[in-house]
Ligand binder design. Structure first.
Ligand SMILES: [Zn+2]
Length: 286
């Protein structure tokens, strides 16, 4: 009896611990467009859109397993996995997980997708700590506490790292500022007619409301943003995408372009304009 009650109290303690950790995760704000479902579609070759109305989640398929870039918020787990299935692929065949930036609107469902698929998560080294602690060490949003389920990355990425699987090589471009480890991804896909160089850009939106030099939790923030703008302006690509639809208008381009039309995403001018506008906003906060 004594032994039994000891186990029981240990069990309830464990349950209490699990519940309290689960309760601690709280997303500060959910935009309706972030969770609104849209039909997934093939963008170009083995590159697909599996996100929501505003959040860019991308699938790259290969014979050796797939790569998923970004997951949306925690509750989008169902939407993203359903979208992958709708395209005829198995969510359990996702082998590599990547993220544009360690914010809860891009990796909220990452822990659940990782658990479901057993995929490996690779994170740029400067975002690794934030990923490990669920956002509590985020330079701008630490007051919200844990915003997503903490994850231990399986490997760290750096500027110029190449993630390879099944004949695909994805180059990592470290574009810090929005988060310390924000990344863009560059790779080439092919269909029967053409090859396309793709850029999934992490757009350098300034999130702090104070002047940048006042951000004590990120002393080199100004230089990081400058480095990112410089690098983005140098990028050459055929098709470009972003972490938010509001930045690259992927859903609108798809609706205008029709069922399968990679050319609909050829928009160099739109990219340059978006970067220029963000740079003006950045200059105002110097
Ligand atoms: Zn963000």
């Amino acid at each position: 009896m004594h032994r039994y009650s000891k186990w029981l109290s240990l069990f309830s303690l464990l349950l209490c611990f699990i519940t309290s950790t689960a309760q601690q995760v709280k997303e500060p704000r959910i935009d309706e467009k972030w969770i609104k479902e849209v039909e997934p579609f093939r963008i170009a070759g083995n590159f697909y859109f599996v996100g929501t109305q505003d959040l860019g989640c991308y699938l790259i398929t290969t014979p050796n397993g797939h790569v998923l870039i970004n997951t949306g918020v925690a509750s989008s787990f169902q939407t993203i996995t359903k979208n992958i299935s709708k395209l005829g692929f198995k969510p359990t065949d996702v082998k590599i997980l990547l993220c544009s930036q360690a914010h809860y609107d891009h990796l909220g469902a990452m822990a659940a997708i990782k658990k479901m698929s057993g995929a490996k998560l690779y994170i740029e080294e400067h975002d690794a700590q934030v990923v490990r602690d669920g956002g509590t060490s985020d330079y701008d949003m630490s007051m919200y506490g844990k915003m997503f389920e903490p994850i231990e990355p399986d490997g760290l990425l750096h500027d110029g790292s190449v993630v390879s699987i099944g004949g695909m090589n994805i180059t990592v471009l470290h574009h810090p500022g929005h988060t310390k480890g924000s990344c863009s991804f560059s790779f080439t896909v092919h269909d029967s007619a053409k090859s396309y160089k793709v850029l999934i850009a992490n757009m350098p939106t300034v999130i702090v409301e104070c002047k940048l030099h006042e951000v004590k939790t990120y002393p080199n923030i100004t230089d990081d943003y400058k480095k990112t703008f410089k690098s983005l302006k140098k990028q050459k690509f055929d098709l470009w995408f972003a972490a938010h639809n509001s930045q690259c208008h992927i859903n609108e381009k798809h609706l205008l372009g029709g069922t399968y039309n990679p050319e609909a995403f050829r928009d160099d001018k739109g990219f340059r304009k978006e970067v220029a506008d963000l740079e003006i906003a950045f200059m105002k906060q110097l």
